[in-house]
Write a protein that binds this ligand. Structure first.
Ligand SMILES: CC(C)(COP(=O)(O)OP(=O)(O)OC[C@H]1O[C@@H](n2cnc3c(N)ncnc32)[C@H](O)[C@@H]1OP(=O)(O)O)[C@@H](O)C(=O)NCCC(=O)NCCS
Length: 157
C-alpha cells in the first residue's frame, strides 16, 4: 500500500496512532543512533557505522503521529536465501503497544524476503517475541560458528 509523500514502492501500515513503514526516506538516523549507541548490543557505536549499516540494509521503522522515529528493525539480506534480523528496538515510552510485532510482521511478509532458506537473529531475552514469528532455538548449535568482538566500540585504553 502506498500513499501521500511515501516512496512509490514502500509499504506502510498503521497501528493505533503509529505508522510502520519500510520507506528509507523516513528513517531518522540521529534518533536510531541515539538508541543503538546506548543499547546492550552496540553501546558506543559511532554514528558513521550506523549510517553505513543502514545504507546496506532493508529497514523498517515505527513512527508516532508526529512522525518521530520510535522503533526500528534492521534486516541484512541477500534477498534470495538468507536474512539476519538485528537492531530491533522500541523506545521505552512506546513499548507494549504491539509495535515490535508489527515491524516484525512487515519484515516476515516483505516481498523482497520471500522464499529465504534461513532467517537468523541473536537475542538476550526476547525469545518469546521471535517465537511468535517462527524462530526457534538452533537445531544444531554445534554446526554454527561466529567471530564476535563485543568490545569493539569500547574506547581503547
Ligand atoms: C523487545 C522490544 C523491541 C519489544 O517491543 P514492544 O513494541 O514493546 O513489544 P510488543 O508490544 O510488540 O510485544 C512484544 C511481545 O513479545 C513478548 N516479549 C518476549 N520477550 C520480550 C522482551 N524481552 N521484551 C519485550 N517483550 C518481550 C511480550 O511479552 C509481547 O508478547 P505478547 O505478544 O504476548 O503481547 C522492546 O521491549 C525493546 O526495545 N527492548 C529493548 C531492546 C531489545 O531488547 N531489543 C531486542 C533485541 S533482540
Amino acid at each position: 500500500m502506498t500513499s501521500g509523500s511515501q516512496s512509490a514502492s514502500s509499504r506502510e501500515r498503521t497501528i493505533a496512532s503509529y505508522t510502520i513503514s519500510d520507506d528509507p526516506a523516513r528513517l531518522d538516523l540521529r534518533a536510531i543512533h541515539a538508541y543503538l549507541s546506548r543499547s546492550y548490543w552496540s553501546a558506543g557505536i559511532p554514528f558513521e557505522l550506523v549510517e553505513r549499516a543502514i545504507k546496506s540494509s532493508l529497514c523498517i521503522g515505527a513512527y508516532d503521529s508526529a512522525g518521530a522515529q520510535v522503533g526500528f528493525v534492521r534486516l541484512i539480506s541477500d534477498c534470495a536465501t538468507f536474512c539476519y534480523v538485528c537492531d530491533v528496538y522500541v523506545l521505552e515510552d512506546h513499548r507494549e503497544k504491539g509495535l515490535s510485532k508489527a515491524m516484525l510482521a512487515m519484515a516476515i511478509d516483505h516481498p523482497k524476503l520471500q522464499g529465504l532458506r534461513r532467517w537468523s537473529l541473536v537475542t538476550a531475552d526476547a525469545h518469546d517475541l521471535y517465537r511468535q514469528f517462527g524462530f526457534k532455538a538452533l537445531a544444531h548449535p554445534e554446526r554454527h560458528m561466529e567471530r564476535h568482538d563485543p568490545d569493539i566500540y569500547r574506547p581503547k585504553r
